[in-house]
Design a protein around this ligand. Structure first.
Ligand code: ZN
Length: 415
């Protein structure tokens, strides 16, 4: 379909190689050598090579690095020159090509983008950084809100946000997306530092939703069993994990690979240590978030307080829960308590009682967030889980994982 003039491309490639070779010879210790790689007009390039390059009126970069969710127009020079061109990506799951020919970083990684203008074809290796805006593509239910979040130093308030369809998704100045109606919309943030994009799909609100949540994991006994049951029933859930032992990283990887939401309970769980001060609690979250990001590449924003926000185990530090619950949003986190307690960490004696607690606290008018545990040897929940899911499905409930836009369930604070 596309006709590519190989000769011209080869010439360009040759010129590139010559310049790289010359530069390498000229300055082995020159730290800027990489940057100079694409600069064909460098004075150290031989006359012959320079002559060939002037033939090619327009140069596209050999390599382009963009942040996650960032969009960049590689063809500005071609457009300015009045040329028609087509852009294709070798891997659209990493870099998508938009209608206007811009590239869009959908996932961390790299791929080759080919720009074809007339008989000339340019190849650019596009690398997508791990850091950027964390929601390139996002699904929401009507009525939900999403706080745009950066894993880099950028802040949503520094950008100007617009939506392609305000009937679907509205966006505030601070970068809060509100799901208004069914459909898809693109939310774009622009500043001098760049342009970021979030593709939002809004679906109907589900009132009879059950969010199964598992605290305190992972461990080799319970986590695989819970995951097996969820998988057999095709149900996604949420795991509020503690810092996994290195030998258990594969368990967290499995949680992610199977489509569950990874959320944070805290780096540590010790009540007498974590609630000593706001700074220490903040650190307890940041440390786990950074570990999850570095090891597994996911930027977590969902948290649950050890003991819940209503806990009184923190009353050795009066008022700490009042302060923490108010500050969490500013730190870039959301917290979830629960409105259905399985009792598996206390009250329930066996699987039967776990099931009974679940059944009696379920609601049909609002979403049910179910507290369960993924601690070691939790046979009570493991043995009740299949029955819980089958009961829920039979009675018309939908099992969903919590997301960054799920409406938060909070307890009344007691300290
Ligand atoms: Zn816990």
């Amino acid at each position: 379909m596309r006709k590519i003039q190989i000769d011209k491309t080869r010439k360009l490639m040759a010129a590139g190689i010559v310049s790289v070779l010359l530069l390498s010879l000229a300055g082995c210790n020159n730290p800027t050598i990489k940057k100079a790689k694409t600069s064909i007009s460098d004075p150290s390039v031989s006359e012959e090579a320079a002559a060939e390059t002037t033939e090619a009126a327009i140069q596209l970069p050999d390599t382009q690095t963009i942040s996650l969710s960032e969009t960049k127009d590689l063809g500005t020079e071609l457009r300015a020159d009045g040329q028609d061109y087509q852009v294709t990506s070798a891997d659209e799951t990493v870099v998508k090509v938009l209608e206007d020919g811009s590239v869009f970083g959908v996932a961390h990684g790299e791929t080759t983008v080919t720009t074809t203008a007339g008989d000339t074809s340019y190849q650019t290796k596009v690398k997508v950084r791990k850091r950027g805006m964390v929601y390139p593509v996002f699904g929401m239910m009507k009525g939900e809100k999403l706080n745009i979040q950066f894993s880099s130093k950028a802040k949503p308030a520094e950008y100007t946000w617009t939506s392609t369809d305000e009937r679907v998704a509205k966006v505030t100045k601070k970068g809060i997306i509100k799901a208004k109606g069914i459909g898809t919309a693109v939310v774009t943030g622009t500043s001098d530092a760049g342009t970021y994009r979030c593709e939002v799909t809004v679906t109907e609100k589900i009132d009879k939703a059950i969010y199964l949540t598992f605290d305190d994991g992972p461990n080799r006994y319970s986590t695989p069993k819970i995951l097996d049951i969820l998988k057999a029933n095709d149900v996604k859930a949420t795991f509020f994990e503690l810092k996994p032992a290195k030998k258990d990283f594969d368990l967290t990887e499995r949680v992610l690979a199977e489509g569950h939401t990874l959320a944070m309970h805290g780096y540590k769980h010790k009540y007498d240590e974590i609630y000593v001060s706001e700074e220490i609690y903040h650190e307890n979250l940041d440390k786990l978030r950074d570990l999850f990001f570095n090891k597994f590449g996911v930027w977590c924003t969902l948290t649950r307080f050890p003991g819940g926000s209503s806990n009184t185990v923190s009353d050795y530090n009066p008022g700490i829960m009042t302060k923490l619950t108010q500050e969490l949003d500013d730190w870039g986190y959301h917290y979830f308590d629960w409105n259905v307690s399985s009792g598996d960490a206390g009250g329930a004696k066996n699987a039967k009682e776990v099931f009974r607690n679940f059944k009696s606290e379920l609601s049909t008018s609002h979403a049910s967030v179910v507290l369960m545990h993924d601690f070691d040897k939790n046979d009570k929940t493991i043995n009740a889980l299949d029955r819980i899911i089958k009961y829920g499905k039979k009675h018309g409930y939908t099992f969903l994982p919590l997301t960054a836009s799920t409406e938060e369930v909070h307890h009344a604070v007691n300290n």
